[in-house]
Structure formats: C-alpha cells, structure tokens
Design a protein around this ligand. Structure first.
Ligand code: TYD
Length: 207
C-alpha cells in the first residue's frame, strides 16, 4: 500500500526521545533519504490547536475527552501528513504515535488498553509503524531528568510518578506482544550508544 518507511519514537516524558530523533534524521539526510519529521500531538495546523487544548488549557479535561482529542489530532495527522509522505516514498519519523495513547490514556488514565487501542486504530485506519523505538527508563529517573531541565511542566507532565510508571509498563507489554515492530532501548545508555542501535536497525529495514 505504501512505499516509504514509517518509524515512531515512544517513551515516557524525559527519556530523551527528541535527541535520538534529531540524530536519526541527520543520519537519514546524510544518506540522501527524503525524511518527513513530525510529531503528535501537533503535527498539523489543526493539531497545534488541539495540542494547546490538551497541554495548556486551564481546568480539567475528562479522560475520555482527552483520549478523543489525541485521536482527533492523530486522525488528521495521518490523513494529511503521514500517508501522503509514505506515498511519496519518504521515511516518516514521528515523535509519538498511537502507542502513546494506549500507554498514557489506556493505562495511565485507566481507560483500558484494548478500548484505546481500538479507538486509535480507527483514527489511523489501521496504519501501524514499520518500526517503533521505545526508550525505556524507570519513571522516577525520567521525572528527575525532567525536573533538572527546569522547564515548566505541562498539564500531562504534572501527573504523579505512578501515572508514568503505569504508562511505562504498558509500553513494555506492547513491545513484548509485538517484538517485530518494537525496538526497546535502555535509556540509561549513552546518547551515542542508543543512536548506534537505532541506526543499525533502521539500516537493516532500508536494506
Ligand atoms: P510531547 O510532545 O512528547 O511532550 P513535550 O513536547 O512536552 O516533550 O507529548 C506531549 C504530552 O502528551 C506527553 O506528556 C505525552 C502526552 N500524550 C498522551 O498522553 N497521549 C498521546 O496519544 C500522545 C501523542 C501524547
């Protein structure tokens, strides 16, 4: 159906996803590949408005409303950015995708793994990544890393450590259930070591 390669990065907040994403995009560019670097939530104009609602709006957002807003962002993102880029044979690298919803809303918010997975699959009309890189780190360590940056936490980042530990366990379960799609990396490794593992797997997929 599609000719490109679709890669997603996952992990709880504070594990260092964007650094690894930057380095992978640099590697792909150096190889002369056309790359579409994107993110959820907020990979489109509509998505940036939804992102504001999700992360910076004052007041409560009911858990099911939160799940539906992430799904709406994703549906529009896949239809208008991800699929068209794959059809142009590009390598799509996204900072978060549907597994974030299963981990954060399904497990963290307790809405149910299967229900949120099904909602997410509906949003993307079944499109799964060829590779999902999980940067795995203990929730306490991830929270400590985030606090060190001094950045103001957004609405989701203000959740308790247990919320992130629950999301982390959901990620590990998904990775164990679908080992072909997932590459689990210990986020306590050095930036260089992590990147080496990621590049090796991506190179294999590109052939
Ligand atoms: P992200 O953009 O990775 O955070 P930041 O730019 O602040 O580092 O993600 C925003 C937050 O949204 C993050 O806490 C994870 C959360 N999230 C969900 O809860 N469900 C989802 O489906 C997605 C995509 C993100």
């Amino acid at each position: 159906m599609t000719g490109g390669l679709f890669i997603s990065f996952e992990g709880i907040d504070g594990v260092g996803k964007s650094t690894q994403l930057d380095l992978l995009v640099q590697f792909l560019n150096e190889q002369g590949r056309k790359v579409c670097r994107t993110l959820e939530p907020g990979g489109t104009d509509l998505g940036r408005e939804i992102r504001e609602l999700l992360l910076h709006r004052k007041g409560e957002v009911a858990p099911r409303a939160e799940a539906l807003l992430f799904a709406a962002d994703r549906a529009h993102h896949v239809a208008t950015v991800v699929r068209p880029a794959l059809e142009r044979n590009e390598v799509v690298v996204t900072d978060r995708y549907l597994d974030s919803s299963v981990a954060y809303q399904g497990s963290g918010r307790d809405l149910g793994f299967e229900q949120v997975r099904n909602l997410s699959l509906f949003a993307v009309d079944g499109l799964l990544p060829d590779l999902t890189v999980l940067l795995d780190l203990d929730a306490e360590k991830a929270v400590a890393r985030r606090n060190k940056t001094g950045a103001e936490p957004d609405r989701l980042e203000r959740a308790k450590t247990e919320f992130f530990e629950s999301a982390r366990q959901a990620y590990l379960k998904m990775a164990a259930d679908e080992p072909k799609r997932w590459l689990v990396i210990d986020a306590e490794l050095s930036v260089e070591e992590m990147q080496k593992i990621i590049r090796a797997r991506v190179q294999e997929l590109l052939g």
